[in-house]
Design a binder for this molecule. Structure first.
Ligand code: BEZ
Length: 396
C-alpha cells in the first residue's frame, strides 16, 4: 500500500470510529481523562538517591499548582531503570507501549538516556530529561518533543577550568567514571582549563559503577599535580571524597570537581568534603528568596534537604505545568505544547532560566566551596551559559 493510501485509510478509520462514538484509544486519551506521567528513574544502585530527589521535585512542583496538569488529573507510572544502559530501550518501551504514558520524565544516567531518546524520537512521546547530561540528546539527536531541565555534561566543567587556573593550578589530573557523563565532563574541563593556560597531565578513569579508587589514588600521589579535577556523583561521590582523604591527598593536592561531587552527599562524606571547590548551576546556599522558599517547602514536605537533583525535578514539573496549561490539557496539540515549553521562563530555585533552541537550559554556573557542611557560593563562574547545541537543526 502506498503511503498516501495508508494515510487515507487511517483517516477514514478515525472519522468512521469518531462518527460512531468509538474514538481510537490514543485519540480519546489525548482529549479527556487523566494525563499519564511515567517516571523512568534509578530507584536502586549508585544513583538511587538522585532518582528519589527528582521524583520528589516533580511532585512538589505539580502539587503547588493544584496537583493537576492543564486541568486534568494525573495517573503516575514508575520504572526503576537501575542506571542500566542495556535495558534503556526496553524500560522506556514499558512506559510508552505498555503503560501508554503521555510523557516520560527520565532519567539520571547518560547511557540509559540514549535508550529513552531512541524511543522518544520514534514514538513522538513528550520527554523531559531531569538530569542525564548526554550531549547528543540536545545536539545531533535533538527533537521537538525532547526537553532537558538539567545541563549538558560539559556545561559545569566549561566553567571550572578558569577558576582553577586563576587559583594557581597549572598542572591538573582528571579522574572520572568512564562513560558518557565523565567523558563529556572532561571535554568541558579540558577546553576551559587549557584555554586558561593550564595543562592536563593525566586522564584517569574506572568503569561505572566501580568504586575501587585505591590504585588510581596511588598514581595521583606519584604524579604530584597541582590539583585534581573529577566527575563522580551519587553514592560514588562521598566514597571518592573519603578515600581521597584517607590516601593522604587532602591538604596536599586540592580537589576540584563538577558540582555533582558535593551534591546531596556532604553529610555522608563528612569532614573530608570541607574545602572542595566545584562549579554547578545550583547551590544550597544560594541567597535568593525563591531558593529559600523552595528549600523550606521541600524540607517540610519530604523531611529531607533538597539538592540539585531535586531542583531539576522541580523544574521538570514546572515546565510540564506550563506546557499543558498552554493547551488546557489537550495533549493532541503537540506543536503548541512544544512552543510553550520552548518559550518558558522557569522561575527556578537556581535562578530564572530559559530554553536554548536545542531545548537545554541557558543558565548561570556558580563557583562553590564546601564550608561547614554546605556548598557556599563564592562567585558566578559563568553567566547565562548555553550549550553549543552542535548538530541540532531545530530553530536554525
Ligand atoms: C549522567 O550520567 O549524565 C549523570 C549522572 C549523575 C550526575 C550527573 C550526570
Amino acid at each position: 500500500m502506498t503511503t498516501r493510501r495508508l494515510v487515507l485509510t487511517r483517516s477514514a478509520a478515525v472519522v468512521g470510529a469518531a462518527s460512531t462514538g468509538l474514538l481510537l484509544p490514543q485519540i480519546a486519551r489525548a482529549q479527556s481523562g487523566k494525563v499519564r506521567v511515567g517516571f523512568m528513574l534509578p530507584y536502586t544502585g549508585t544513583y538511587a538517591q538522585l532518582g528519589v530527589a527528582i521524583e520528589n521535585g516533580v511532585r512538589m512542583a505539580i502539587d503547588e499548582k493544584g496537583g493537576k496538569l492543564g486541568g486534568r488529573e494525573i495517573e503516575w507510572f514508575k520504572v526503576d531503570d537501575e542506571s542500566e544502559p542495556a535495558k534503556g530501550v526496553e524500560n522506556a518501551n514499558r512506559l510508552v507501549q505498555r503503560d501508554k504514558v503521555d510523557v516520560i520524565i527520565g532519567t539520571v544516567h547518560s547511557g540509559v538516556q540514549m535508550g529513552i531518546q531512541k524511543v522518544a524520537r520514534e514514538s513522538g512521546v513528550l520527554s523531559i530529561i531531569p538530569n542525564a547530561g548526554v550531549h547528543a540528546a540536545t545536539r545531533a539527536l535533538c527533537a521537538p518533543n525532547v526537553f532537558r531541565t538539567s545541563f549538558t555534561n560539559s556545561q559545569p566543567t566549561l566553567a571550572l577550568g578558569k577558576p582553577m587556573f586563576d587559583r594557581g593550578v597549572k598542572k591538573a589530573v582528571w579522574i572520572t567514571h568512564k562513560y558518557a557523563a565523565g567523558d563529556e565532563a572532561f571535554e568541558g574541563f579540558r577546553e576551559s582549563f587549557t584555554k586558561a593556560g593550564g595543562t592536563v597531565v593525566k586522564e584517569l578513569g574506572l568503569p561505572f559503577p566501580q568504586v575501587e579508587f585505591q590504585a588510581l589514588l596511588t598514581e595521583i600521589a606519584s604524579i604530584k599535580p597541582d590539583a585534581v579535577a573529577c566527575f563522580f556523583a551519587g553514592a560514588a561521590a562521598p566514597k571518592f571524597i573519603r578515600d581521597y582523604a584517607a590516601a593522604g591527598l587532602k591538604g596536599k593536592i586540592p580537589l576540584y570537581g563538577s558540582g555533582f561531587l558535593t551534591e546531596g552527599v556532604i553529610e555522608a562524606a563528612g569532614p573530608a568534603a570541607e574545602g572542595i571547590v566545584t562549579t554547578m548551576h545550583y547551590s544550597d546556599s544560594l541567597d535568593i528568596p525563591r531558593n529559600k522558599q523552595f528549600r523550606l517547602a521541600y524540607a517540610k514536605m519530604f523531611r529531607l534537604q533538597p539538592d540539585v537533583y531535586a531542583v531539576q525535578g522541580y523544574d521538570a514539573g514546572q515546565l510540564l505545568v506550563q506546557g499543558l496549561a498552554a493547551v488546557k490539557g489537550d495533549l493532541g496539540n503537540k506543536q503548541a505544547i512544544s512552543k510553550a515549553m520552548e518559550s518558558a521562563v522557569i522561575d527556578s530555585p537556581r535562578g530564572k532560566w530559559t530554553m536554548s533552541k536545542s531545548h537545554n537550559p541557558v543558565q548561570d554556573m556558580y563557583l562553590r566551596v564546601v564550608e561547614k557542611g554546605e556548598n557556599k557560593v563564592i562567585g558566578v563562574a559563568a553567566k547565562a551559559l548555553a550549550d553549543s547545541g552542535a548538530g541540532c537543526k531545530m530553530g536554525a
